[in-house]
Design a protein around this ligand. Structure first.
Ligand SMILES: [Zn+2]
Length: 379
């Protein structure tokens, strides 16, 4: 039943005939299971579809009042919050500035208040929530939602995020690294046909989310794609906040550019400031962004040799600078990687832009809200 529900929710199969064909089940089995879903009130019949001769088939849809999903995309300096329907449609969304270094209690308190306001505006409340998805800008042990030794996020080490939201303890609360959710968001929202995709975020930090064989790949413990602390040769004198030296994040991230440009007398405080200045044509900022893109390209080239993705999506504030960021990355990748891996490779800006993370958080919440375990609890 959970599989049928997921197909109806995603719009992949919305008639009994389509469900039977997609799942390889008999028509009578599908009818029986759809009837049970109709009895729960989770699914409704929504008029007729196109007829292929004979009586037009009845279209199934998730019930509008079936519940909602909560999502949060937390960055170093921003928090995007959303309430979505079970089908994934955004019903309300906000985007605010935060400082993740204020610690988990303060930041998650803001998230709780923000969600309550959004739910209230929709005439909904905690009992309507069916699943929660949260992205944070650091390493997460996915199985428990625990932040583990984050290079940024002061005060969050060892914090188990789901435990904070006691009001939602009866529904799945999933926590993942923000870049993983950006990769998931782009895959679900814009690139569902790509079965091999890398999402590289260049912001205050640098990270990579991996979609392989059509699914988000987290690795053994949730740390897959943490490319920010790969060492760049020739930068051994640069100390990284992780304690090592020469990490690409210490040399070429937004935070590194802020530091370098401030030392040069420019008034910049965040990666977005640097991106804005470069987009406005400031020569020093533009030059710094280009050099950084080339250095990040060295790491991306190694990742391409290892993973052979079909598409690399680049996200973060520097994509607003212009084509030269992608051009620098492409130049290094095409020079360093063997032709078989670059023959059909595309390097592009993530189509969802700054919304990739929240779309991914919604997708994560939805996946688990419609899982067999969650469904069994509802029934
Ligand atoms: Zn490092």
């Amino acid at each position: 039943m959970s599989a049928l529900l997921a197909l109806i929710a995603s719009g992949t199969a919305v008639t009994r005939t389509e469900l039977a064909a997609t799942c390889g089940l008999s028509r009578s089995t599908v009818t029986q299971r759809v009837n049970r879903l109709l009895d729960t009130g989770l699914v409704v019949e929504e008029g007729n579809g196109a007829s292929e001769g004979g009586r037009p088939p009845t279209v199934l849809a998730l019930a509008p009042g079936g519940g909602v999903l909560l999502a949060a995309d937390l960055g170093a300096t921003h928090a995007r919050l959303a309430v979505a329907g079970l089908g994934g449609t955004v019903l309300a969304e906000t985007d605010d500035d935060i400082d993740v270094d204020d610690g988990p209690e303060a930041v998650l308190g803001l998230v709780r208040d923000g969600w309550a306001r959004l739910l209230g505006g929709l005439g909904a409340g905690v009992p309507d929530v069916r699943g929660v998805g949260i992205g944070v800008p650091g390493p997460v042990e996915f199985s428990t939602g625990t932040v583990v030794r984050p290079p940024i996020m002061a005060g969050w080490d060892g914090f188990r995020v789901p435990g904070f939201f006691t009001e939602h303890r009866d529904v799945p609360i999933l926590v993942d690294n923000d870049v993983n959710l950006m990769a998931l968001g782009e895959h679900r929202g814009a690139r569902a046909t790509e079965d091999s995709l890398l999402y590289v975020k260049i912001g205050t930090g640098i990270g990579c989310g991996i979609v392989t064989a059509g699914r988000l790949y987290r690795g053994g413990d949730g740390a897959a794609g943490d490319i920010g602390h790969i060492r760049l040769p020739g930068h051994e004198e640069t100390v990284c906040h992780c304690g090592n030296t020469g990490c690409v994040e210490a040399v070429a991230s937004g935070a590194a550019l802020v530091q370098a440009l401030r030392a040069g007398g420019l008034d910049v405080g965040t990666a977005r400031d640097v991106a804005r200045l470069a987009a406005e044509g400031n020569t020093a900022a533009r030059r710094a962004v280009r050099v950084a893109a080339g250095r990040i390209g060295e790491v991306i080239a190694a990742v391409v040799s290892f993973h052979n993705p079909r598409v690399i999506l680049v996200g973060g504030p520097f994509t607003a600078v212009g084509d030269e960021v992608l051009a620098e990355i492409k130049a290094v990748v095409y020079r360093r990687v063997l032709p078989l891996a670059t023959r059909t490779l595309r390097v592009e800006t993530g189509p969802l832009g700054g919304r990739a993370g929240i779309v991914g958080a919604i997708a994560l919440a939805q996946e688990h809200a419609l899982s067999p375990g969650a469904l069994a609890r509802w029934l």
